[in-house]
Design a protein. Sequence first.
Length: 342
Amino acid sequence: MKEFVIAETEQGIRLDKQLLKILDRAGTGFIYKMLRKKNITLNGKKAEGKERLYHGDVIRIYLSDETFEKFSSDKYPGKNTGSKSAADKDSSSGISSRIIFEDEKLLLVNKPVGILSQKAAADDISINELCLDHLINKGELTPEKLKIFKPSVCNRLDRNTSGIIIFAKDYRTNAAVNAALKERTIHKYYLCVAEGRVEKSGIHVGYLSKDRRSNKSEINPEPSDRSVRIETYIRPLETAAEHTLLEIDLITGRSHQIRAQLSELGHPLLGDRKYGGHGRGGYCLHAYKLCIPGSTEGELKYLAGRTFTARPPEGMGSIIRDLFKVDTDAYMEQQGTQGLDT
Protein backbone atom coordinates (compact mmCIF):
# COMPACT_ATOMS: atom_id res chain seq x y z
CA MET A 1 0.00 0.00 0.00
CA LYS A 2 1.25 3.48 -0.94
CA GLU A 3 0.03 6.59 0.84
CA PHE A 4 0.25 10.19 -0.39
CA VAL A 5 -0.72 13.25 1.68
CA ILE A 6 -1.81 16.31 -0.29
CA ALA A 7 0.46 19.33 0.17
CA GLU A 8 -0.72 22.96 0.22
CA THR A 9 0.67 23.48 -3.28
CA GLU A 10 -1.50 20.60 -4.56
CA GLN A 11 -4.78 21.85 -3.07
CA GLY A 12 -7.61 22.29 -5.59
CA ILE A 13 -6.36 19.68 -8.06
CA ARG A 14 -8.89 17.03 -9.10
CA LEU A 15 -8.23 13.57 -7.75
CA ASP A 16 -8.03 11.91 -11.17
CA LYS A 17 -5.48 14.48 -12.36
CA GLN A 18 -3.38 13.90 -9.25
CA LEU A 19 -3.51 10.15 -9.78
CA LEU A 20 -2.31 10.57 -13.36
CA LYS A 21 0.71 12.40 -11.93
CA ILE A 22 1.46 9.60 -9.47
CA LEU A 23 0.66 6.75 -11.88
CA ASP A 24 2.00 8.59 -14.91
CA ARG A 25 2.41 5.44 -16.98
CA ALA A 26 -1.24 4.45 -16.54
CA GLY A 27 -4.21 5.64 -18.54
CA THR A 28 -7.49 7.08 -17.30
CA GLY A 29 -9.21 3.75 -17.86
CA PHE A 30 -6.90 2.00 -15.40
CA ILE A 31 -7.26 4.85 -12.87
CA TYR A 32 -11.06 4.72 -12.92
CA LYS A 33 -11.08 0.92 -12.75
CA MET A 34 -8.93 1.04 -9.60
CA LEU A 35 -11.23 3.70 -8.10
CA ARG A 36 -14.31 1.55 -8.78
CA LYS A 37 -12.67 -1.45 -7.11
CA LYS A 38 -11.54 0.64 -4.10
CA ASN A 39 -7.92 -0.16 -4.89
CA ILE A 40 -7.50 3.61 -4.71
CA THR A 41 -9.25 5.52 -1.91
CA LEU A 42 -9.49 9.13 -0.76
CA ASN A 43 -9.45 9.66 3.02
CA GLY A 44 -10.23 5.97 3.47
CA LYS A 45 -13.38 6.08 1.33
CA LYS A 46 -14.42 5.16 -2.20
CA ALA A 47 -13.95 8.07 -4.60
CA GLU A 48 -15.16 8.88 -8.11
CA GLY A 49 -12.10 10.78 -9.31
CA LYS A 50 -13.79 14.16 -9.78
CA GLU A 51 -13.24 15.31 -6.18
CA ARG A 52 -11.22 18.47 -5.53
CA LEU A 53 -8.33 17.82 -3.17
CA TYR A 54 -7.63 19.74 0.03
CA HIS A 55 -4.43 20.14 2.01
CA GLY A 56 -4.06 17.10 4.26
CA ASP A 57 -6.24 14.76 2.20
CA VAL A 58 -4.86 11.22 2.03
CA ILE A 59 -4.71 9.12 -1.14
CA ARG A 60 -4.06 5.41 -0.58
CA ILE A 61 -3.16 3.10 -3.47
CA TYR A 62 -3.57 -0.64 -2.82
CA LEU A 63 -1.42 -2.20 -5.50
CA SER A 64 1.42 -4.67 -5.28
CA ASP A 65 4.91 -3.16 -5.44
CA GLU A 66 5.38 -4.66 -8.89
CA THR A 67 2.16 -3.16 -10.27
CA PHE A 68 2.84 0.24 -8.70
CA GLU A 69 6.35 0.38 -10.17
CA LYS A 70 5.00 -0.67 -13.57
CA PHE A 71 2.63 2.30 -13.73
CA SER A 72 4.70 4.91 -11.88
CA SER A 73 7.96 6.57 -12.88
CA ASP A 74 10.12 8.65 -10.55
CA LYS A 75 8.76 11.96 -11.82
CA TYR A 76 6.16 12.52 -9.10
CA PRO A 77 7.95 14.38 -6.24
CA GLY A 78 5.92 12.66 -3.53
CA LYS A 79 6.80 9.17 -4.69
CA ASN A 80 9.97 8.94 -2.64
CA THR A 81 9.67 11.94 -0.32
CA GLY A 82 5.96 12.17 0.47
CA SER A 83 4.50 11.34 3.88
CA LYS A 84 3.87 7.64 4.38
CA SER A 85 2.16 5.64 7.07
CA ALA A 86 3.56 2.51 8.68
CA ALA A 87 1.44 0.53 6.25
CA ASP A 88 3.63 1.78 3.42
CA LYS A 89 6.25 -0.76 4.49
CA ASP A 90 3.82 -3.47 3.51
CA SER A 91 2.55 -4.50 0.13
CA SER A 92 0.04 -7.12 -0.86
CA SER A 93 2.82 -9.65 -0.28
CA GLY A 94 3.61 -9.00 3.39
CA ILE A 95 2.58 -7.69 6.81
CA SER A 96 5.80 -8.28 8.76
CA SER A 97 6.12 -4.67 9.92
CA ARG A 98 2.62 -4.74 11.42
CA ILE A 99 2.88 -7.94 13.47
CA ILE A 100 2.34 -7.36 17.22
CA PHE A 101 2.72 -10.96 18.38
CA GLU A 102 3.20 -14.33 16.73
CA ASP A 103 3.69 -17.90 17.86
CA GLU A 104 2.68 -21.31 16.51
CA LYS A 105 -1.00 -20.70 17.38
CA LEU A 106 -1.74 -17.00 16.97
CA LEU A 107 -0.91 -13.95 14.91
CA LEU A 108 -1.85 -10.46 16.15
CA VAL A 109 -1.67 -7.72 13.52
CA ASN A 110 -2.11 -3.95 13.69
CA LYS A 111 -4.56 -3.36 10.83
CA PRO A 112 -4.13 -0.03 9.02
CA VAL A 113 -6.98 2.25 7.98
CA GLY A 114 -8.42 1.51 4.54
CA ILE A 115 -8.04 -2.28 4.49
CA LEU A 116 -10.86 -4.76 5.06
CA SER A 117 -10.62 -7.42 7.76
CA GLN A 118 -12.03 -9.99 5.33
CA LYS A 119 -12.59 -9.38 1.64
CA ALA A 120 -16.10 -8.72 0.37
CA ALA A 121 -15.25 -9.28 -3.31
CA ALA A 122 -12.80 -11.53 -5.11
CA ASP A 123 -10.35 -8.73 -5.93
CA ASP A 124 -10.39 -7.07 -2.49
CA ILE A 125 -7.22 -6.84 -0.42
CA SER A 126 -7.80 -7.78 3.21
CA ILE A 127 -5.85 -8.50 6.37
CA ASN A 128 -7.07 -12.09 6.23
CA GLU A 129 -5.43 -12.66 2.84
CA LEU A 130 -2.25 -10.86 3.93
CA CYS A 131 -2.01 -13.13 6.98
CA LEU A 132 -2.47 -16.21 4.80
CA ASP A 133 0.25 -14.94 2.45
CA HIS A 134 2.52 -14.40 5.46
CA LEU A 135 2.11 -18.02 6.59
CA ILE A 136 2.59 -19.34 3.06
CA ASN A 137 5.77 -17.28 2.61
CA LYS A 138 7.09 -18.64 5.93
CA GLY A 139 6.37 -22.19 4.85
CA GLU A 140 3.90 -22.74 7.71
CA LEU A 141 0.94 -23.13 5.37
CA THR A 142 0.93 -25.53 2.43
CA PRO A 143 -1.77 -26.50 -0.10
CA GLU A 144 -2.14 -29.80 1.75
CA LYS A 145 -2.77 -28.06 5.09
CA LEU A 146 -5.26 -25.68 3.45
CA LYS A 147 -7.37 -28.66 2.41
CA ILE A 148 -7.74 -29.60 6.09
CA PHE A 149 -8.22 -26.17 7.68
CA LYS A 150 -8.03 -22.61 6.35
CA PRO A 151 -6.83 -20.20 9.06
CA SER A 152 -8.72 -16.93 9.41
CA VAL A 153 -9.22 -13.76 11.41
CA CYS A 154 -11.38 -14.11 14.51
CA ASN A 155 -12.54 -10.52 14.90
CA ARG A 156 -13.43 -7.82 12.41
CA LEU A 157 -12.82 -4.10 12.27
CA ASP A 158 -14.49 -1.71 9.83
CA ARG A 159 -12.44 -0.70 6.80
CA ASN A 160 -11.63 2.71 8.31
CA THR A 161 -11.05 1.49 11.87
CA SER A 162 -7.46 0.52 12.65
CA GLY A 163 -6.05 -1.72 15.34
CA ILE A 164 -5.57 -5.25 16.63
CA ILE A 165 -6.79 -8.16 14.53
CA ILE A 166 -6.61 -11.71 15.94
CA PHE A 167 -5.69 -14.41 13.42
CA ALA A 168 -5.84 -18.06 14.54
CA LYS A 169 -3.51 -20.52 12.82
CA ASP A 170 -5.28 -23.78 13.72
CA TYR A 171 -8.79 -25.08 14.38
CA ARG A 172 -8.52 -25.46 18.18
CA THR A 173 -7.12 -21.97 18.65
CA ASN A 174 -9.73 -20.54 16.30
CA ALA A 175 -12.52 -22.18 18.31
CA ALA A 176 -11.03 -21.04 21.63
CA VAL A 177 -10.62 -17.41 20.53
CA ASN A 178 -14.10 -17.24 19.01
CA ALA A 179 -15.62 -18.68 22.20
CA ALA A 180 -13.68 -16.19 24.34
CA LEU A 181 -14.81 -13.29 22.15
CA LYS A 182 -18.42 -14.46 22.31
CA GLU A 183 -18.27 -14.82 26.09
CA ARG A 184 -16.40 -11.50 26.43
CA THR A 185 -13.55 -13.14 28.34
CA ILE A 186 -11.04 -11.48 26.03
CA HIS A 187 -11.22 -7.74 26.62
CA LYS A 188 -10.78 -5.38 23.66
CA TYR A 189 -10.34 -1.65 24.18
CA TYR A 190 -10.63 1.16 21.66
CA LEU A 191 -9.02 4.58 21.67
CA CYS A 192 -10.91 7.41 20.01
CA VAL A 193 -11.23 11.18 19.80
CA ALA A 194 -14.77 12.49 20.33
CA GLU A 195 -16.17 15.96 19.85
CA GLY A 196 -17.17 17.90 22.98
CA ARG A 197 -16.23 17.28 26.60
CA VAL A 198 -17.14 13.92 28.15
CA GLU A 199 -16.81 14.34 31.91
CA LYS A 200 -17.89 11.00 33.41
CA SER A 201 -17.22 7.31 32.90
CA GLY A 202 -20.14 4.92 32.63
CA ILE A 203 -22.03 2.17 30.83
CA HIS A 204 -24.44 3.38 28.17
CA VAL A 205 -27.32 1.08 27.16
CA GLY A 206 -29.45 1.42 24.04
CA TYR A 207 -31.09 -0.45 21.20
CA LEU A 208 -29.32 -0.50 17.86
CA SER A 209 -30.95 -0.94 14.47
CA LYS A 210 -29.15 -0.80 11.14
CA ASP A 211 -30.33 0.48 7.79
CA ARG A 212 -28.49 -1.77 5.35
CA ARG A 213 -29.26 0.48 2.38
CA SER A 214 -27.42 3.42 3.92
CA ASN A 215 -25.04 1.21 5.95
CA LYS A 216 -25.81 3.34 9.00
CA SER A 217 -26.82 2.34 12.54
CA GLU A 218 -29.17 4.16 14.87
CA ILE A 219 -29.47 4.02 18.67
CA ASN A 220 -32.85 4.31 20.43
CA PRO A 221 -33.71 4.19 24.16
CA GLU A 222 -36.50 1.63 23.64
CA PRO A 223 -36.42 -1.74 21.82
CA SER A 224 -38.12 -2.43 18.50
CA ASP A 225 -38.74 -5.47 16.32
CA ARG A 226 -35.53 -4.89 14.39
CA SER A 227 -33.22 -3.66 17.14
CA VAL A 228 -30.67 -5.37 19.37
CA ARG A 229 -29.61 -4.34 22.87
CA ILE A 230 -26.14 -2.83 23.18
CA GLU A 231 -23.89 -1.82 26.07
CA THR A 232 -20.87 0.44 25.76
CA TYR A 233 -18.49 1.44 28.55
CA ILE A 234 -17.04 4.88 27.94
CA ARG A 235 -14.13 6.31 29.95
CA PRO A 236 -12.67 9.78 29.36
CA LEU A 237 -8.88 9.83 29.48
CA GLU A 238 -8.07 13.43 28.55
CA THR A 239 -10.14 16.51 27.75
CA ALA A 240 -9.38 19.59 25.69
CA ALA A 241 -11.48 22.67 25.02
CA GLU A 242 -13.74 20.96 22.48
CA HIS A 243 -12.64 17.31 22.36
CA THR A 244 -12.19 14.26 24.59
CA LEU A 245 -9.81 11.33 24.30
CA LEU A 246 -11.86 8.24 25.20
CA GLU A 247 -11.25 4.60 25.99
CA ILE A 248 -14.14 2.37 24.88
CA ASP A 249 -14.93 -1.14 26.11
CA LEU A 250 -17.52 -2.85 23.94
CA ILE A 251 -19.58 -4.97 26.31
CA THR A 252 -21.58 -5.98 23.24
CA GLY A 253 -20.18 -5.79 19.73
CA ARG A 254 -22.48 -4.60 16.96
CA SER A 255 -22.00 -2.91 13.60
CA HIS A 256 -20.96 0.76 14.03
CA GLN A 257 -21.78 0.51 17.75
CA ILE A 258 -19.16 2.99 18.95
CA ARG A 259 -19.82 5.49 16.18
CA ALA A 260 -23.60 5.40 16.59
CA GLN A 261 -23.48 5.42 20.40
CA LEU A 262 -21.21 8.45 20.60
CA SER A 263 -23.31 10.26 18.00
CA GLU A 264 -26.48 9.56 19.99
CA LEU A 265 -24.80 10.97 23.10
CA GLY A 266 -23.94 14.16 21.23
CA HIS A 267 -20.21 13.36 21.02
CA PRO A 268 -19.55 12.00 17.51
CA LEU A 269 -16.09 10.85 16.55
CA LEU A 270 -13.86 13.59 15.21
CA GLY A 271 -13.97 13.32 11.41
CA ASP A 272 -16.93 10.91 11.34
CA ARG A 273 -19.15 12.94 9.04
CA LYS A 274 -21.53 10.02 8.50
CA TYR A 275 -22.52 10.23 12.17
CA GLY A 276 -22.43 14.00 12.58
CA GLY A 277 -18.72 14.58 13.17
CA HIS A 278 -16.68 17.42 11.68
CA GLY A 279 -13.33 17.59 9.94
CA ARG A 280 -11.68 15.78 7.04
CA GLY A 281 -9.43 12.79 6.65
CA GLY A 282 -11.50 10.04 8.28
CA TYR A 283 -12.55 9.35 11.86
CA CYS A 284 -10.28 8.65 14.84
CA LEU A 285 -11.05 5.12 16.10
CA HIS A 286 -8.38 2.55 16.92
CA ALA A 287 -8.57 -0.89 18.59
CA TYR A 288 -5.48 -0.33 20.70
CA LYS A 289 -5.48 -2.87 23.53
CA LEU A 290 -6.19 -6.58 24.01
CA CYS A 291 -6.23 -8.11 27.50
CA ILE A 292 -6.22 -11.83 28.33
CA PRO A 293 -7.50 -12.32 31.93
CA GLY A 294 -5.30 -14.12 34.42
CA SER A 295 -8.10 -16.65 34.99
CA THR A 296 -8.02 -17.86 31.37
CA GLU A 297 -8.01 -21.66 31.01
CA GLY A 298 -7.84 -24.15 28.16
CA GLU A 299 -6.16 -23.49 24.82
CA LEU A 300 -5.31 -19.87 25.67
CA LYS A 301 -4.08 -20.46 29.23
CA TYR A 302 -0.46 -19.84 28.22
CA LEU A 303 -1.42 -16.21 27.46
CA ALA A 304 -3.22 -15.63 30.78
CA GLY A 305 -2.46 -12.19 32.18
CA ARG A 306 -0.96 -10.86 28.93
CA THR A 307 -1.78 -7.44 27.49
CA PHE A 308 -1.05 -6.50 23.89
CA THR A 309 -1.15 -2.96 22.53
CA ALA A 310 -0.92 -1.39 19.08
CA ARG A 311 0.22 2.11 18.18
CA PRO A 312 -2.46 4.31 16.56
CA PRO A 313 -1.92 5.47 12.97
CA GLU A 314 0.43 8.43 12.65
CA GLY A 315 -2.41 10.76 11.65
CA MET A 316 -4.42 9.90 14.75
CA GLY A 317 -1.30 10.10 16.92
CA SER A 318 -0.64 13.61 15.62
CA ILE A 319 -4.20 14.68 16.43
CA ILE A 320 -3.88 13.31 19.97
CA ARG A 321 -0.58 15.12 20.47
CA ASP A 322 -1.94 18.39 19.08
CA LEU A 323 -5.24 18.39 20.98
CA PHE A 324 -4.23 16.86 24.32
CA LYS A 325 -0.49 17.62 24.47
CA VAL A 326 0.39 14.00 25.23
CA ASP A 327 2.73 11.53 23.58
CA THR A 328 0.76 8.44 22.55
CA ASP A 329 3.62 6.01 23.22
CA ALA A 330 4.27 7.22 26.77
CA TYR A 331 0.59 7.79 27.45
CA MET A 332 -0.48 4.21 26.73
CA GLU A 333 2.17 2.95 29.13
CA GLN A 334 0.69 5.22 31.79
CA GLN A 335 -2.71 3.61 31.22
CA GLY A 336 -1.48 0.37 32.75
CA THR A 337 -0.52 -1.51 29.58
CA GLN A 338 2.71 -3.40 29.05
CA GLY A 339 3.89 -0.85 26.50
CA LEU A 340 3.72 -0.85 22.76
CA ASP A 341 4.26 -4.11 20.94
CA THR A 342 4.47 -2.52 17.54
